[in-house]
Design a protein around this ligand. Structure first.
Ligand SMILES: [Zn+2]
Length: 89
């Protein structure tokens, strides 16, 4: 933990690539529900340092999400009213 996090319990997602851990999991642009787990509230792709994916799978995932967006299975962005709750991304 860094000095910034001292004294505070920071929620850290387990840093293991779930695609490496479970070979039965597939990255498929035709499965938007599975991909949506790796996008933020605003529709952005969750960065690798947060999701814990390895470089290879993060790349495949990003590509799949972009494909899914292109055929309107996933949103590019969410047109929600901008409130303080949605400022984080
Ligand atoms: Zn992996």
């Amino acid at each position: 933990m860094t000095a910034d996090n001292r004294g505070r319990r920071v929620f850290v997602k387990h840093k293991i690539c779930r695609f490496c851990a479970d070979p039965s999991l597939r990255i498929d642009y035709k499965e938007p529900n599975a991909l949506a787990v790796f996008t933020s509230e605003r529709g952005k792709i969750i960065p690798r340092r947060i999701s814990g994916n390895c470089a290879r799978h993060q790349r495949q995932l990003a590509l799949a999400i972009k494909r899914a967006r292109n055929i309107a299975l996933l949103p590019f962005t969410t047109a929600k009213v901008r409130t303080k709750e949605y400022r984080e991304f």
